[in-house]
Ligand binder design. Sequence first.
Ligand code: RP5
Length: 168
Amino acid sequence: MASLEPKVAVLMGSASDADVMQGCRDLLESLEIPYEMKVLSAHRTPDQTREYVMSAAAKGIEVIIAAAGWAAHLAGVAAAYTTLPVIGVPIDSSPLHGMDALLATVQMPPGIPVATMAVGSGGARNAAIFAAEILALKFSPIAQRVAAYRAEMTRETLRKAQDFESGK
Ligand code: RP5
């Protein structure tokens, strides 16, 4: 649900991160959370990154998701320029399969936290859910959709377990 009044900003270090981040978009849409996507690099477009993040809160953004690979400074740089919660997604785009991005994103020095998700597409999905959980503190319809999502996941897991255990 890309809309004119996004509550979540999804930043990616490169357009090449889009496939890994598709699950994040899908979940934000199914949870009906308005968001906008931006390609902004801490290294290649530092001025634009700073400008966007510094103006995000004023235009209604409440949570920032920042996904990047390699020496992934995007989430940390975003967190440096705002007190909005920043959720980091390490992307597995490098020869180190995301271990570099994981450490660069998670190992923020004390004072400027980044809530770091798992590496890759699983982390991308969790970033959307975590953003929804933050917004759910303020918006009860989002809280209801998060609860419904989780209940459905539980039902689906039990259904699959039952199928497996009964040899289907
Ligand atoms: C990172 O470098 C991006 O987040 C991406 O994961 C990686 C490679 O970017 P491209 O060279 O494909 O643009 O900054």
